[in-house]
Design a protein around this ligand. Structure first.
Ligand code: ZN
Length: 373
């Protein structure tokens, strides 16, 4: 039944409260029943017309009210006006998504018009590369482990065979958390400079044999330029068992390179140094851009610097000193051996997609990122 303004005879507080609550409810119910622009106009006139609209009628009651009720009645009336204004605004926004043109909403639906296309997101090229690498190892039976990005000095350095005064700590350009000076060195917090702490954390919790890959963000105090970023991504791997040899390392990583860059690539291992592996090596793949010739037609091949080889990761046999830190959990260096490797995912993505500036990955420019979608 359509709302009509009641003739008030009782001006008590309770009666006024009920009368105005009824008016608000009626307004809201009627508004929610509107289904066309025509109905909207009729509704608006019925309630808001200056001459004899329902709000005007209610306003007229004010004049007939006894003096002592006028103040309270006036407050209720203001409340009603505010309510109507707010409801109307909300309704406009609900109906038109912010536009004020009601005709857009109420025009008849043309089912031959194309629908609204919503842009679909895509994996970021770095994450895509990271997932590809992880999936290669999952197929080999590796499981994925993750760990904290904010680490202690102990897990980031000490347990990985970097003693407090080891020169390798300087080369890491570590970002330390401020205000840690009162703590012992090994408890001080920092942004992990590599994903290696997760190797120790895993060996503390899981007895050998293990085969794990560790993807994640790492930070170093490098000013951003075409090949450096203070934040980048790593994937490390660790395999520990009895009788793991350097041959297992070579076979595993050679397989990964062929899966990632194509079955035609060759791999090469060159001696290197890392504190947590002994012996250590850098793995190179034959340049998949120039096919190993060092030239692209008459032009020199830039990614391999004309050498025909590209360095893609560091690796080695786990140093027995590292096992000493987790010896109690079954990692007796006399009984088990293992290999570890680590690579920069961003660098792999740069090589894979032929990108010449790492900053492009992190600037958030959709025009660049769309190319990988
Ligand atoms: Zn090349």
């Amino acid at each position: 039944m359509a709302y009509i303004v009641p003739e008030l005879t009782d001006y008590s507080a309770q009666s006024l409260l009920k009368a105005f609550a009824d008016a608000k409810l009626a307004f809201r119910d009627e508004m929610r029943a509107i289904t066309s622009e025509q109905e909207w106009k009729a509704f608006r006139d019925r309630w808001m017309a200056r001459k004899n609209g329902l709000v005007t009628q209610i306003n007229d009651q004010l004049k007939a009210a006894p003096k002592e009720a006028k103040r309270e009645l006036g407050q209720h009336l203001n409340g009603l006006k505010q309510f109507i204004e707010k409801e109307t605004n909300d309704w406009h926004e609900f109906v038109e998504g912010g536009t004020r043109d009601l005709s857009v909403h109420f025009q008849s639906v043309d089912i031959t018009l194309p629908g609204i296309r919503r842009p679909i997101g895509a994996e970021h090229p770095v994450i895509k590369t990271l997932n590809e690498i992880v999936s290669i190892f999952r197929k080999l039976g590796y499981s994925v482990r993750e760990g904290p990005v904010i680490e202690t000095d102990y897990y980031n350095f000490e347990a990985l065979n970097f003693p407090p005064d080891h020169p390798a700590r300087d080369t890491q350009d570590t970002l330390f958390i401020a205000g840690q000076e009162s703590k012992p060195l090994r408890e001080r917090l920092l942004l992990r400079t590599h994903t290696s702490p997760v190797q120790i954390r895993t060996m503390e919790n899981i007895k050998p044999p293990i085969r794990i890959v560790i993807p994640g963000k790492v930070h170093r105090n490098d000013p951003p330029d075409a090949s450096h970023s203070p934040m980048f991504h790593q994937i490390e791997g660790l395999a520990v068992d009895t009788n793991i040899t350097f041959g297992d390392l070579k076979g595993t990583l050679d397989h990964m390179a062929k899966e990632l860059f194509g079955s035609g690539v060759k791999t090469q291992f060159r001696p290197s140094f890392f504190p947590f592996t002994e012996p250590s090596a850098e793995m190179y793949v034959s340049c998949f851009i120039c096919g190993g010739s060092g030239m692209r037609g008459a032009e020199p091949c830039r990614p391999c610097k004309q050498t025909g080889w590209i360095e893609i990761l560091g690796c080695g046999m786990v140093d027995p000193n590292v096992f000493e830190f987790v010896k109690d959990n079954g990692y007796d260096p006399k009984k088990v051996s293992g290999f570890a490797f680590g690579m920069g995912v961003d660098r792999m993505a740069i090589l894979k997609y032929g990108v010449d500036d790492i900053q492009l990955f992190f600037n958030g420019d959709v025009r660049f990122l769309q190319q990988f979608g």
